[in-house]
Design a protein around this ligand. Structure first.
Ligand code: EPS
Length: 390
């Protein structure tokens, strides 16, 4: 199962094509729109999110609410496009008007893709880089993830995401909270945090950053329950499911690091306080008494909840810009200012959740493949039974 995306931030639309989903899986545009709207929220988002009302159009691969087995093509239109038609249009420019209508960018933003992308592709106008490297693209990655989330929900895998840190302020979340309570709390929170005692402090930190023309980052956590054990593999480096999740998390715009379970804390503890003891009960089958490894051993799922965190750096577009160099004159200049968000960590939690969903769905489809959704589901349940009795 795979997908590609296409689209520029201020182009006419974002597009994704998904391939490899079994036929006969229920899917409605509402399943996707719910995730798109969750991604648009969060304290710290800029004006662009008031312009966009992201909704999907399913233009292929689904008929009467069911997948067909053919490629699924999804389109999200950019409302802002109407303001950018000449600047971003595919048509050739009118002679003599190039610079007026192009909104050319020649002063790279430190921390963004601008300069490296411009050198790589030979773009003298760095807008050609910015438009595609923008996190606007996460819209359709979430759309793809929403399809995966639907598949997962139908096979008994449940996901939740929450913000655990913003601008150095840490949430203190009771690890025994149920997934349902975690969901309720984060959905009600403007910063998607499950600890109400620090919510206001986080919002203040975002407001302060905004006032200072600055931006702040944070840490998000995704939890997935209900994955069967033994998904992924230890036999080759590129079959390890935790490795695939790590790559997927770091592929999200501005994400710089990833950890599972107790994560980097594992380096500071003895083995007896890191590994999870194994137990067996008739009803549950095998389980771990703790979940410090976050649901993975040997690149495979243990059947315990998958717990993965990602670190997002502050967005590099600053209203009070850092110094850069103008590529036309080579003179020092403050970096270009583009409209941006002062903090997109709450939205990034939703992106991470959907991106994790995609990787988990891919792993299941790969391991229990069937062209028909019904038999795919049967295969997964057979595996669950096998593992319980083993
Ligand atoms: C972004 C800049 C802003 C953000 C955008 C990501 O867009 P604009 O320049 O149009 O205001 O709002 O995020 C989205 C559009 C989105 O959908 O998440 C950037 O430079 O990465």
């Amino acid at each position: 199962m795979r997908y590609l995306t296409a689209g520029e931030s201020h182009g006419p639309q974002l597009t994704t094509i998904l391939e490899g989903l079994p036929a006969g899986m229920p899917l409605l545009s509402e399943d996707i729109n719910e995730e798109l709207s969750r991604r648009q929220k969060g304290h710290g988002r800029g004006r662009r999110m008031q312009i966009e009302k992201d909704t999907v159009e399913i233009v292929s691969g689904v008929r009467h609410g069911q997948t067909l087995g053919s490629p699924i093509a999804l389109v999200v239109k950019n409302n802002d496009w109407k303001h950018w038609t000449t600047i971003m249009g595919a048509e050739a420019l009118i002679e003599g008007q190039e610079d007026e209508i192009k909104r050319k960018i020649t002063r790279a933003r430190p921390g963004h893709a601008d300069l490296n992308g411009a050198i790589k592709y030979g773009h003298r106008d760095m807008r050609n880089v910015l438009e595609r490297s923008s996190a606007r693209e996460t819209t359709v990655r979430v759309a793809a993830g929403a399809v995966a989330k639907k598949l997962l929900s139908l096979v008994g895998v449940n996901l939740v995401s929450h913000v655990v840190e913003i601008g150095g302020i840490k949430a203190n979340v009771d690890s025994t909270l149920s997934i349902e309570t975690l969901k309720e709390r984060t959905e009600a929170s403007p910063v998607r945090v499950a600890d109400p005692t620090i919510e206001q402090a986080m919002m203040n930190a975002i407001d302060e950053a905004k006032q200072n023309g600055d931006s702040i980052g944070g840490v998000v956590e995704v939890i997935a329950t209900g994955m069967p054990s033994g998904v992924g593999s230890y036999v080759h480096y590129d079959r390890k499911l935790d490795a695939k999740l790590a790559a997927a998390i770091v592929s999200i715009n501005a994400f710089k690091g990833v950890e599972f379970g107790i994560g980097f804390e594992a380096a500071r503890k003895p083995g007896s306080e890191v590994h999870d003891e194994i137990a067996w009960e008739k009803e549950k089958g095998y389980y771990r008494k703790t979940n410090r490894l976050g649901g993975f051993e040997g690149g495979m799922t243990t059947g315990m909840p998958i717990v993965v965190r990602g670190v997002m750096k502050p967005i590099p577009t600053l209203y009070k810009p850092l110094m850069s160099v103008d590529i036309e004159t080579k003179e020092p200049f403050a970096a270009s200012i583009e409209r941006s968000d002062s903090c997109a960590v709450p939205a990034a939690a939703v992106v991470a959740e959907n991106i994790v969903a995609w990787e988990l769905a891919v792993a299941l489809v790969e391991q229990f493949y069937s062209d028909r959704f019904e038999t795919f589901l049967e295969e997964i349940n057979r595996q669950r039974e096998f593992a319980r009795e083993f």
